[in-house]
Design a binder for this molecule. Structure first.
Ligand code: MRU
Length: 373
């Protein structure tokens, strides 16, 4: 995607500095656009944990590049090499537990390293696989845009060209993947085609991915949008101001239950009560092909209480400031994701087309994945 006229991915390696992985530092947006350099696997683990990179697809790619860095820094002793690689894989996978892309991508590079011959062969193979994962991620985002565009075009036709109002939660745009995004990819495709769209952006407390990241992304692309508090969506739906909801997913069971940013479930309930389509944009590496009951089996990340206790923004003089917003003595809870049961999902928008959020329909689009179980 473009930032001030220049194309960026969210993570990349430059030819002239192949031992450094570069990322857009998402902890600084929207106030500062800055590139951060990562040169060790330990730094990558921290970048994922502290959300310098975030979003299911991007943390998958970051995990893959983390494995490449681990291979480069491992000692050239066969036994210690694989110890370091396996330990690094474990630390990367543990850095954030809910999005399955991370585990999937790290395991994929791990397998390639195990199979490759010689130290330099292993490093080379890790690099090639990480690049492949990043390319596939971006391409899947692009394809989700192609799959989801007709839904927005149909809504536009039904409204005789009037603006289609789409509500989204968290950030499931290009910042959440390597490029294009999931939920926002069809929105970008529609906007590019001249369809009138407007996005209601949930601010998404406590990390404000909506207010900070989605709003910034949409501004860069010139897509009309409005930031709303997390609690406003229900009223907007009752007032007929929302035509559809599109969200992303961090882990979708092969039966259609969807884990996504905390608060997604409440939007699904409100959408169901108001007969508004609730779409989830998801691609093959965000599916969990091994579990059937999302509520029971998807691990839900709990993050530190500081995220709820403090908020960071610019003060009146434009200086970045962090302030407390709750009584210091009050306990807080901070679950980062929730699970929306499949029955509330109108359809899944995938890189292979649209399907219902149920086992049969998902299997019909992804027979190759199901058969591997
Ligand atoms: O905690 P985050 O910011 O990593 O959470 C991201 C989300 O919940 C996105 O909606 C999700 O990754 C889907 S888009 C790939």
């Amino acid at each position: 995607m473009e930032v001030k006229g220049k194309h960026y991915r969210t993570i990349w390696v430059d030819n002239d500095s192949p031992h450094i992985v570069k990322i857009i530092d998402q902890t600084l947006l929207p106030f500062e656009f800055s590139i951060k350099q990562i040169s060790t696997c330990a730094e990558m683990v921290l970048a994922i944990k502290d959300m310098h990179v975030r979003g299911a697809g991007l943390i998958g790619a970051a995990g893959a590049y983390g494995m490449y860095l681990a291979a480069g820094e491992a000692t050239q002793d066969a036994e210690f090499f694989m110890d370091h690689i396996r330990g690094s894989a474990k630390r990367l996978k543990q850095s954030r537990p809910t999005a399955i892309n991370l585990e999937w991508a790290v395991n994929r590079v791990l397998r390639v390293i195990e199979r490759a011959e010689g130290f330099s062969g292993k490093v080379k193979a890790a690099f090639q696989e990480a690049q492949k994962i990043a390319d596939e991620d971006a391409d899947s985002g692009r394809k989700i845009g192609v799959s989801g565009l007709p839904l927005i075009e149909n809504a536009s036709r039904q409204k005789k060209g009037q603006t289609v109002n789409i509500l989204t939660h968290c950030n499931a745009g290009w910042l959440a993947l390597v490029d294009y995004g999931t939920a926002l990819s069809p929105v970008y495709a529609a906007h590019k085609k001249g369809v009138n769209v407007h996005v209601w952006v949930d601010e998404t407390r406590p990390r404000n991915q909506g207010a900070f990241l989605t709003a910034w992304e949409l501004s860069q692309a010139g897509v009309p949008h409005t930031i709303i508090t997390d609690n406003e969506g229900g009223l907007l739906m009752q007032k007929n101001s929302v035509d559809m909801v599109i969200v992303g997913s961090d882990r979708t069971t092969h039966t259609g239950d969807v884990a996504n940013k905390i608060g997604t479930y409440l939007k699904a309930l409100a959408a169901a009560d108001n007969n508004i389509p609730f779409y989830v944009a998801v691609y093959s590496s965000s599916f969990d092909w091994h579990i059937s009951d999302g509520l029971k089996d998807i691990p839900i990340e709990q993050r530190c209480d500081e995220e709820v206790r403090f908020i960071t923004g610019l003060d009146e003089s434009g200086k970045k400031t962090r302030v407390a917003i709750v009584p210091a003595e009050s306990p807080v809870s901070n679950y980062s994701f929730d699970v929306t049961p499949a029955k509330f999902v109108t359809a899944l928008i995938t890189d292979r087309g649209i399907c219902n959020a149920d086992k049969e329909s998902i299997a019909s689009l992804f027979p190759d994945k199901i058969n591997k179980q």
